[in-house]
Design a protein around this ligand. Sequence first.
Ligand SMILES: Cc1cc2nc3c(=O)[nH]c(=O)nc-3n(C[C@H](O)[C@H](O)[C@H](O)COP(=O)(O)OP(=O)(O)OC[C@H]3O[C@@H](n4cnc5c(N)ncnc54)[C@H](O)[C@@H]3O)c2cc1C
Length: 436
Amino acid sequence: MTGNFDIIIIGGGILGTSISYFLSHLNKSKKIAVLEQESRVAVHTSGRNTGKVHAPYLYNPEKKKLFAKAAFHGFEMLEEYSKIKDLPFKKDGVIEVALDEKGVKVLEKYLKWGKQNGLEDKDIEFFDKKEMKKMEPEIKCESALYVYKDGSTDYSIFTNSIMEDSKKKGVEFLLGSKVTEIKKGNDQWEITINQKKKIKTKFLINAAGGESINIAHDVGIAKSFTDVHFRGEYWRVPKEFHNLTKASVYSVPEFPDYPFLDPHWIIRVDGSCEIGPNAVPVFSPYGYDSVENIKEFIPKIIEMFSSGARKAIFDKQFQELAINEIQSSVSKTAMINRVKRFLPKIDSEKITEKGTAGIRSSVIDENGKFVPDVILIDGEKSFHILNYNSPGATGALPFAAHVINHLNKNKFIENEFSDAQCGPWKFSKIIEKLEK
Ligand SMILES: Cc1cc2nc3c(=O)[nH]c(=O)nc-3n(C[C@H](O)[C@H](O)[C@H](O)COP(=O)(O)OP(=O)(O)OC[C@H]3O[C@@H](n4cnc5c(N)ncnc54)[C@H](O)[C@@H]3O)c2cc1C
């Protein structure tokens, strides 16, 4: 395989695929390709998550404004697209519970953030213990937020549909194509695929999820950052418990400074129920099993000790969290008990089947601190999206539009059409809403 492209996107997850979708609508004659190492899109995080379409109540509007806006508008776009294409989507709500007085204060803050991020009174409501008991008799809590504007979907099905739309507009999806080397040639990038085939591109977009840091490092960017991988495991719950609640239930996180939540009670879009995810430290973005983790153990440990991650490892709170999460991986009962605190009827003996685990790659800076937000870096003829974590799937469509608008405004990629109808949405309208 050889080829010359105008734009190459590395990563056929929900983000890379959504970027290709908008690029294909704004450009007719540019040659655009998505390189994905797997034989399908959405094989990793985008196809291994909780499947929630999140209302933006967990995100500080000052610190995570773009993510909160992307989630807010992403919800509406996903709902609209799913309706047109007849894809699974349910506006089934989520309940966030507080188990003590400290948690109640956090819920009050979430309610305020939710409203600041655009939710209306009809979308989110505060309930005390008694009121909650009437609505959801099986839930035990001090108080709760009922977030009506929260939904469920299947992000793998969605990503595949967006890929088909992009292909119809001329984007090439080179599946089974692992980028193994990137070299700067004369005014172009020379990319080696699967260690032998070469292709060239004028511009490179790095949307490689758990490997985006490595790709950035390969082109000499983001050297002060490193990442740590956390495996989120799930347990499938037998049918007899499926009607315990009417909505999914999340609890106020015990460690709010870390980029993941405590295990939830999940009602998936197909009506099945699961418990999860935890966040177990692993050594690879593909560390689903011990074979891959053993293989990557030594290189990752060396990398961590020679970077800011060293400081995080010696942090007492991080150690406490890691032990807690590892316990909930080794012991099913320890994991289920974290949900039993607010759903006492759950019986771990009856839960025997594991769900599909997904891996979150969180970026750590040189001071050993977890970076709370997405990191966007302009490189020379390249653009890098790092730390694209939750609720990344919810906000993928508007976020992709934002990336393209940024690249166009800064003349990295000059779109052939300044505005276009991109499926059901006018491009300029998406940007207008994000910037409001
Ligand atoms: C446990 C868990 C639960 C979550 N739940 C939710 C949720 O309920 N709602 C929500 O909105 N968000 C959720 N998220 C977050 C969301 O899933 C992610 O933000 C999103 O999927 C990231 O998409 P992505 O395209 O950036 O990454 P990915 O889906 O990981 O895609 C990156 C792609 O790049 C490819 N790639 C990497 N390196 C190379 C290479 N060298 N060559 C070729 N291809 C390469 C990979 O194979 C992969 O397919 C969850 C995340 C986790 C971990």
